[in-house]
Design a protein around this ligand. Structure first.
Ligand SMILES: C[S@@+](CC[C@H](N)C(=O)[O-])C[C@H]1O[C@@H](n2cnc3c(N)ncnc32)[C@H](O)[C@@H]1O
Length: 215
């Protein structure tokens, strides 16, 4: 597997009302690259943190069958307005994937909400008053991907786009922490460093962690 990619961070359009500063979408060329590599026409594609549906929309364009889970209604509405099968974008909580109507899949390409060390909040529940510490959040992601694993067809892949975070709080090794936690439930195949022409929250690179369900 090539361990770096140079991409444009290109999109066919920006969802209405989303400013460049708050645009946390994965780039379409990134999704295309991994769909080419890990799926073929007619395969099922799943994103448990589907956001505006970038993974689903690129999958649809490439003749795959897309499914996603997203808790933000506004994002769900946008994705549904673009999908041939709007019901495949499920408004729900990734922490309860097993209770949602998600079929087994061939590839998942996703990016979870980010969190910094030292914060007390719950990135998985925007309206919750109960915050959590960083370590608990990483554990919650592990539990989500344990459920994701049960939906993987034999030979399926999961690609997780993440970044390390540098801020006033110091450095948060989010990519490595997610990689370590998910390696306890999935088989880590390696990382691909994505170099972007356009930046995402001030970064010109991100990591795609690639997992399978086979040793
Ligand atoms: C980094 S964004 C993903 C963006 C997406 N890849 C795209 O291109 O639009 C993370 C997403 O996870 C969603 N999210 C956060 N907690 C969630 C939960 N418990 N269940 C489902 N989605 C959740 C957020 O609303 C956000 O849209």
């Amino acid at each position: 597997m090539k361990t770096y990619l140079m991409l444009k961070r290109a999109y066919s359009e920006r969802p209405p009302g989303v400013s460049p500063d708050e645009d946390d979408r994965s780039s379409e060329d990134l999704i295309e690259y991994f769909l080419e590599r890990f799926s073929r026409e007619g395969d099922t594609v799943f994103d448990p943190f589907a956001g505006y549906g970038t993974t689903l929309l690129v999958a649809q364009r490439m003749g795959r069958i897309p499914y996603g889970v997203e808790r933000d209604e506004r994002r769900v509405a946008y994705a549904r307005s673009k999908l041939h099968q709007p019901s495949h974008m499920i408004c729900g909580d990734a922490q309860h994937i097993e209770s949602l109507d998600v079929p087994s899949f061939d590839v998942s390409i996703t990016s979870p909400p980010f969190m910094e060390k030292g914060e007390i909040r719950n990135p998985l529940a925007s309206h919750s008053r109960e915050g959590m510490e960083y370590a608990s959040y990483i554990q919650s992601l592990k539990l989500i991907f344990e459920q994701v694993r049960r939906l993987m067809k034999p030979g399926a892949h999961v690609v997780v786009e993440v970044v390390n975070i540098k801020s006033g709080r110091g450095v948060t090794t989010f990519s490595w922490d997610v990689g370590t936690a998910l390696s306890e439930v999935l088989t880590f195949q390696g990382e691909v460093i994505i170099c972007h022409e356009g930046s995402l929250f001030g970064y010109h690179h991100s990591y795609c962690l690639v997992f399978s369900n086979q040793e």
